[in-house]
Design a protein around this ligand. Structure first.
Ligand SMILES: [Ca+2]
Length: 314
């Protein structure tokens, strides 16, 4: 939407939310317009409120029904019966790009590269915490976890149980995350070239469930198979076998092995399906246990892991 008028000038619109018969649209002049869209073919710009001066950015309707506006200040509004907006509080220090409100808290990204949490129970919305985090593209909070689309880094997940001290618990790296929505156990993330769905039932360990590429086709992640456990004698030559890994809808393009436990061995050809190593010397019982992990990557960049165990006896 780029045709809102302000003092006779066409002003770019930045963000929009809809409630009832009204669309709430932020503009480069720093205001939030309410536009009657009861006839979608003939929207009517009915008025505006806000700070002005520099561009307003993300508009968000919180779980309390108030409208939050990021921009030169963090402002929030009550929606009146006729759809117009009345100011309901302001944080004067926030120069913000993103805003999300829920559970009495307000989450913003600021122009000085921070992820901030504000106390929404007070009209001035004072800061509870400020965490250094450049390039925040979107914020979504579900329960005690904040999901942050963090540009080229991917999706970051913070435990915000203590709003004064958020803790990052996971980074799900991808080729750029621009927006995120969490519904139930799943996070839906748009990235540079595709759309990814992550299982976040355990927020500290998100896992890729599926993704769509730019053409709208689904990618199913690969299935890693690190092979059966083995028992080998001291100093034996051992071959690990990941060749039974497969990708249900494509091909495996990468194998990567690493040793997780046990005396360090020298893995040869660690980036193939069948790496080799010489077992360590074991002079007496008990057996020595080695655990290896295989990560496979498919032709769409999705990964999965599998582990196998090698017991070395004297
Ligand atoms: Ca695949």
């Amino acid at each position: 939407m780029t045709s809102l008028y302000y003092f006779g000038t066409e002003v770019p619109a930045r963000s929009v939310e809809v409630s009832g018969n009204h669309a709430y649209v932020s503009t480069d002049y720093g205001y939030l317009h309410w536009v009657d869209v009861s006839n979608p073919a003939a929207p009517v710009d009915q008025g505006f409120n806000g700070v002005g001066g520099s561009p307003s950015r993300k508009v968000h309707i919180g779980d309390n029904g108030q409208v939050y506006l990021a921009g030169p200040k963090i402002t929030r509004f009550n929606i009146n019966a006729n759809g117009s907006l009345s100011s309901a509080g302001q944080n004067y220090y926030g120069n913000s790009y993103q805003v999300f409100a829920g559970g009495g808290y307000v989450y913003i990204s600021s122009g000085v590269n921070t992820f901030d949490i504000l106390d929404g129970s007070i009209a001035t919305m004072p800061f509870l915490s400020s965490t250094s985090l450049p390039n925040v593209s979107d914020i979504f909070v579900a329960g005690n976890y904040a999901y942050i689309a963090n540009g080229g880094a991917g999706l970051r997940i913070f435990d915000v149980t203590d709003r004064t001290n958020p803790q990052e618990v996971a980074l799900e790296a991808s080729d750029g995350a621009t927006s995120v929505v969490v519904e139930g156990s799943y996070a839906y993330v748009s990235v540079a070239t595709r759309f990814r769905i992550l299982d976040v039932s355990s927020p500290s360990a998100p896992s890729l469930v599926g993704s769509y590429d730019a053409n709208g086709t689904v990618n199913v992640p690969p299935v890693a198979n690190a092979g059966l456990s083995q028992a080998v004698p001291s100093r034996a030559r051992v071959t690990l076998n990941g060749a039974y890994s497969y990708d249900p809808d494509g091909t495996i393009v990468g194998y990567s092995w690493k040793q997780l436990t046990g005396p360090k061995v020298r893995l040869r050809r660690a980036n193939t399906a069948t790496p080799r190593f010489r077992a360590p010397r074991v002079r007496s019982y008990p057996v020595v246990q080695l655990i290896f992990e295989l990560t496979v990557t498919d032709n769409d960049g999705a990964t999965s892991t599998s582990q196998t165990q090698v017991n070395v006896f004297p």
